[in-house]
Design a protein around this ligand. Structure first.
Ligand SMILES: [Zn+2]
Length: 464
């Protein structure tokens, strides 16, 4: 028998439904065998996973790596390095770039620009702005189409004002065009005029603008609250009319009404809709938000509804959100948080925070394998090549130590932004190996891979 490239032995393999002791053998970048424990397999390299859990490579489908155009705060290299350090094998990057990837030309430019930089595998959203360009973005390999149905009260989000699609006629035409490609349409919902009117009336005009005031307005459901639910309601209806495969972003931030609308659409109307639970909101405490001020724009409006949605199936994936800004950009937020860009770090912190929630009994490791690997891979059409530890699949593996503890400190972060929204928070449960197509990219925090090792993964409508 030829030696395998890598054998992972003595660990507990975790799938979306179960766990068992096994040896995992990897050859030519694929899972070659999953054998009973104790079977001695010849190998060029071995990992002793005694006491560790061996999960399918974990995904983060909501990354803003800021390339092109805003690379002073993150770029594809630093962002995917943070992802590798955080146990992620696959990332999907968002579209609020300059130039934004809303045309064939700018999408191809972005593809070319980021290809030599990625440490882990990745896919790119096409930007949803012009209905007539959707088909060519799909053919060029977009994994889905991202739409910002929102514009910040002071236009500091989505940073590129023109990306906000507020006109429901255009939104509808985008849905028609995306439905025609078979791709998922992923939408940040909002009702911008409602948010703007009430936020100006009660906060900005009376001069109540500090980070604390902002947090109060957020708690009231002004910023990223009820307007999002209202936006979701009309979007679900337009998606039904057009046959769009809708994917709802930012569940977790939204009030309980969003969960009710989604449950109705999914379970009663049997609509083809999925949602990602933004776990950053569930892990961000009020104390931490007060401590980091403008480095945190959220906490859960309805935390119990968020956790329940994992069990009920209203939430389909977990995401961390990774939307970094530099400390200088957000510093002014202590005085006027309505005028600075809103964001949070998460590429490196997401999986440790999720594992900590497992240790606290909020989730199981099977939930993690399902919601951070299997479901996103299925929804974006990449399963069974990715998303599960199965023979023949890409050998993407995340190995975790549920007993390892860490305290987040900016010094340990790979993000270019120079800070972490989770500064000082302590978690239990850490990824200790990140393996992409059989290559060990991270080993106990040390980055072993190289930029360019990560491969572009096209969506289901890619030509050729
Ligand atoms: Zn985002």
């Amino acid at each position: 028998m030829d030696a395998f490239d890598l054998v992972i032995e003595n660990g507990t393999v975790v799938t979306a439904t179960t766990r068992f002791a096994a040896t995992v053998a990897i050859a030519d970048g694929r899972i070659a065998a999953i054998a009973a424990p104790g079977v001695a397999l010849p190998a060029r390299r071995r990992i002793d996973a005694k006491g560790l859990h061996v999960l399918p490579g974990l995904w983060h489908v909501h990354c803003h790596f800021r390339e092109p155009g805003h690379t002073y705060k993150e770029d594809f290299e630093s962002g995917t390095r943070a992802a590798a350090a955080g146990g992620l094998t696959f990332c999907i990057d968002m579209t609020n770039n300059t130039p934004h990837p809303t045309t064939l030309e700018t999408f191809e430019q972005k593809k070319e620009l980021v290809a030599p930089k990625a440490y882990v595998d990745y896919a790119l959203y096409g930007g949803g702005l012009y209905p007539r360009t959707v088909e060519e973005l799909a053919k060029a390999g977009a994994i889905g189409i991202k739409i910002f149905n929102t514009r910040h009260v002071k236009e500091v989000y989505p940073y590129i004002t023109e990306l906000g699609v507020l006109d429901h006629g255009i939104l509808y035409e985008l849905y028609e065009a995306i439905a025609g490609t078979g791709l998922v349409g992923s939408v940040h919902h909002d009702d911008t005029e409602w948010v703007k009117r009430l936020t100006f009336r009660d906060y900005i005009d009376p001069g109540r603008t500090t980070a604390r005031d902002y947090h109060e307005s957020y708690a009231k459901g002004y910023m990223y609250g009820h307007g999002m639910v209202a936006g979701l309601a009309s979007s679900l209806y337009y998606a039904r009319l057009t046959g769009l495969r809708l994917h709802v972003l930012h569940l977790g931030v939204m009030p309980v009404g969003a969960y009710e609308l989604l449950a109705h659409a999914k379970f009663e109307l049997k609509q083809d809709v999925t949602a990602e639970l933004e776990t950053a909101s569930l892990f961000m405490t009020r104390e931490q938000a007060d401590k980091v001020g403008p480095a945190a724009y959220l906490w859960a409006s309805a935390p119990e509804a968020g956790w329940d949605s994992v069990k009920s199936g209203v939430a389909d994936f977990l995401v961390g959100e990774h939307a970094p800004h530099t400390a200088e950009e957000i510093e002014g937020g202590w005085q006027d948080n309505f005028s600075v860009p809103l964001g949070i770090t998460g590429a490196q912190e997401f999986i440790p925070l999720v594992l900590d929630a497992v240790n606290r009994g909020r989730l199981t490791l099977e939930d993690v394998a399902r919601l951070c690997a299997l479901h996103p891979a299925q929804r974006f059409g990449v399963y069974p090549r990715k998303g599960a530890l199965e023979v023949g699949a890409d050998a993407d593996v995340t190995i975790v130590d549920m007993n390892a503890e860490t305290t987040f400190r900016k010094e340990d972060m790979h993000t270019k932004s120079g800070h972490t929204s989770w500064e000082g928070m302590q978690v239990k449960g850490m990824p200790v190996y990140t393996i992409v197509r059989g290559g060990v990219v991270m080993d106990h925090g040390a980055i072993l891979g190289n930029p360019g090792d990560g491969h572009f993964t096209p969506g289901i409508a890619a030509a050729g």
